[in-house]
Design a protein around this ligand. Structure first.
Ligand SMILES: [Zn+2]
Length: 484
C-alpha cells in the first residue's frame, strides 16, 4: 500500500497543476497550455505505471476505474478539444444576421424568448448541423468502450459500482420518476408557456429556455450580496468559509456561470461567479458553495482516491443540499429577509423546473443506460432518444438533440447522478429534521452532522442515511410549498 500511496501522491501533484491552470483559464486569468499538456502527459504516465504495478483487484475500485481513462488522458483531451471546436464552429446557423452556435444558443433563446418563429428556426437549424458532431462523439465513446472492454467492463458497469446501486434499481428510479412526473410536467409546462411565451408548450422550448424566464417575476428580490448573506450562516454551522477562495469579480474572459474548482483537496478550493441573472445566480452560487464546503472539509489525511475520486451521485449530495437550503421558504424568510409570498412563488416555480428535470434527464439517462447496455450505434441511439422523448416527456424532440447536450454527449455516464444525489440529499434532510428540527440550519450541531459525512470523502457511509428511497424527494416536488 505504501507504494500505491507514493504513486498517487505523484499523481496528485500533477492534478493540482492541471486544475490550477484550468481554474485560471475559467477565471479569465492567464494560463499555460504548455504546463497543462505537460501535466496531462505526466498523469498518463503515472496512471499507466500504477496499472502495470497493481492488478485491478489490489486497488480501491474508484482508483482503478479512474485510471482506465486517466491512462489515456491526452487522447481524451484531444477529442474533447475537437468536440468543443465543432460545437462552436461547425454547429452554427445564421438567424437574421446573428450567428448562433451551441455556446451562445441559450443566450440567443433568452434574448428572443417571445419570437417563437426565430427560436424554432435556430433550433431546427442547429439540429441539422449537429450531424457534424456524430463521427467525433462516436470516436470518443468507442474509445471508452475499448478501454473498459480490456478489463471486461463498460462505463455503465463501473458506474453502478461507483454509485453503489444495482442496474435494476437505477432503471426503476429513473424511469419510475420520469413517468410519474410526465403528466404534471405537461400540464404545468403548458400553463407557464401560455402565461409567458403566449403559446402552447412545444419541442423547441427546452429546459434551458424555461430556465431563462421562469424566475423572472421573483428576480427583483434577489439583488443582494450573496456572500454577505450566506457566509455567516455557513460559519454558524461550523464551516470554515475562509478556507475557500471566493472570486465574485466580473472580468473579461471569465466563465459566465458559477463554478467550483477543487484544485487541491482540501486546502485549495475556489468558487468563481459573477452577476448575470439574480435568482439563477443565487441558486447556482449556493450549489457551488456546497461543493466548496464539501471539498474544503474532507480529511486531509485521507488517501488521494478518497479525497478526489468521489462519485458524482455522492459529491452532488452536498451541492444540492446547500442549493435546496437556499430556496427553502422558511430559510428565505427568516435568514435572507425575503417576503413570504416571494419565497413561496420561487419555490413553486422551482418545483416545475424539478419536474422538467425529471422528464428530460429521464430521457438522457435512459438513453445512456441503453447505449452501453445494448452497444447502440450513434444512428440507433438517435432513434432511441426520439422514442424516449415521446415516452417520458411527451414531446417530439429530434433524436440528435442528445448529441448537442453538454452532459449527455460529453460524459460516458453522469446523467443519472443528479437524480441519485437529490434522492440521497432529501433523505439526509429528513435525518437533519428529525434530529435538529424543521429549521435544522439554526442549530449548529446539524453542521457537525453534515461535516461528519463530509470528512471521509469517497469513503462516506451512505447507508447510514440513504436507502435510495425516492419518497422524500418526490414529496418536495409535488407538495404545495405552504404545506411543506
Ligand atoms: Zn454540482
Amino acid at each position: 500500500m505504501d507504494r500505491l500511496l507514493e504513486l498517487t501522491e505523484l499523481l496528485e501533484k500533477q492534478v493540482v497543476i492541471l486544475e490550477g491552470e484550468r481554474a485560471n483559464q475559467y477565471s479569465g486569468f492567464s494560463y499555460s497550455e504548455e504546463s497543462m499538456d505537460k501535466a496531462s502527459r505526466e498523469i498518463e504516465k503515472i496512471s499507466n505505471q500504477i496499472l502495470a504495478e497493481f492488478p485491478p483487484e489490489s486497488q480501491p475500485s474508484s482508483l482503478f476505474f479512474a485510471l482506465i481513462t486517466m491512462a489515456n488522458q491526452s487522447r481524451y483531451t484531444e477529442l474533447e478539444n475537437e468536440i468543443y471546436r465543432l460545437r462552436n464552429e461547425a454547429v452554427k446557423v445564421e438567424i437574421d444576421g446573428e450567428t448562433v452556435n451551441l455556446s451562445n444558443w441559450r443566450r440567443f433563446n433568452a434574448q428572443h424568448l417571445l419570437d417563437k418563429e426565430k427560436r424554432k428556426r435556430a433550433f431546427d437549424g442547429l439540429m441539422e448541423k449537429a450531424r457534424a458532431l456524430t463521427p467525433i462523439l462516436d470516436e470518443r465513446f468507442a474509445l471508452s468502450r475499448k478501454l473498459f472492454a480490456a478489463y471486461n467492463l463498460d462505463p455503465l458497469k463501473t458506474y453502478i459500482v461507483e454509485e453503489r446501486l444495482s442496474l435494476l434499481k437505477l432503471k426503476e428510479l429513473v424511469e419510475g420518476l420520469a413517468l410519474k412526473a410526465k403528466p404534471l410536467f405537461l400540464e404545468l409546462g403548458d400553463r407557464y408557456a401560455r402565461e409567458i411565451l403566449g403559446k402552447p408548450l412545444e419541442y423547441y422550448d427546452d429546459m434551458y429556455v424555461f430556465r431563462s424566464f421562469i424566475f423572472e417575476p421573483v428576480d427583483p428580490y434577489f439583488k443582494f450580496n450573496f456572500e454577505e448573506k450566506l457566509l455567516p450562516i455557513y460559519h454558524r454551522l461550523g464551516f470554515q468559509t475562509e478556507r475557500i477562495l471566493i472570486d465574485g469579480e466580473a472580468r473579461p474572459g471569465k466563465h459566465a456561470s458559477p463554478v467550483c474548482f477543487a484544485v487541491q483537496v482540501p486546502s485549495d478550493v475556489r468558487v468563481l461567479y459573477q452577476p448575470t441573472s439574480p435568482v439563477s445566480d443565487y441558486m447556482s452560487f449556493s450549489h457551488e458553495m456546497g461543493h466548496a464546503l464539501h471539498f474544503s472539509h474532507i480529511d486531509q489525511n485521507r488517501p488521494f482516491w478518497d479525497r478526489y475520486l468521489i462519485a458524482n451521485g455522492i459529491a452532488e449530495v452536498f451541492s444540492t443540499l446547500f442549493e435546496s437550503l437556499s430556496i427553502t421558504p422558511e430559510f428565505l424568510v427568516e435568514e435572507i429577509g425575503v417576503q413570504r409570498d416571494v419565497a413561496l412563488e420561487l419555490y413553486r416555480r422551482n418545483q416545475f423546473m424539478q419536474l422538467y428535470f425529471l422528464v428530460f434527464y429521464g430521457v438522457n439517462s435512459m438513453l445512456k443506460i441503453k447505449f452501453w447496455e445494448e452497444r447502440l450505434t450513434m444512428e440507433r441511439a438517435d432513434q432511441v432518444y426520439a422514442e424516449y422523448a415521446e415516452k417520458y416527456m411527451g414531446l417530439p424532440l429530434p433524436g440528435i438533440y442528445w448529441e448537442t447536450h453538454h452532459v449527455a454527449s460529453m460524459f460516458d455516464m453522469y446523467t443519472p447522478s443528479y437524480l441519485l444525489a437529490q434522492i440521497r440529499m432529501e433523505e439526509m434532510v429528513l435525518k437533519l429534521e428529525e434530529q435538529f428540527g424543521k429549521k435544522w440550519w439554526k442549530n449548529s450541531t446539524s453542521g457537525a452532522y453534515i461535516k461528519g459525512h463530509i470528512l471521509p470523502g469517497g469513503a462516506i457511509d451512505l447507508e447510514s442515511f440513504s436507502q435510495l428511497n425516492e419518497g422524500p424527494f418526490w414529496r418536495k416536488i409535488v407538495t404545495p410549498p405552504e404545506e411543506l
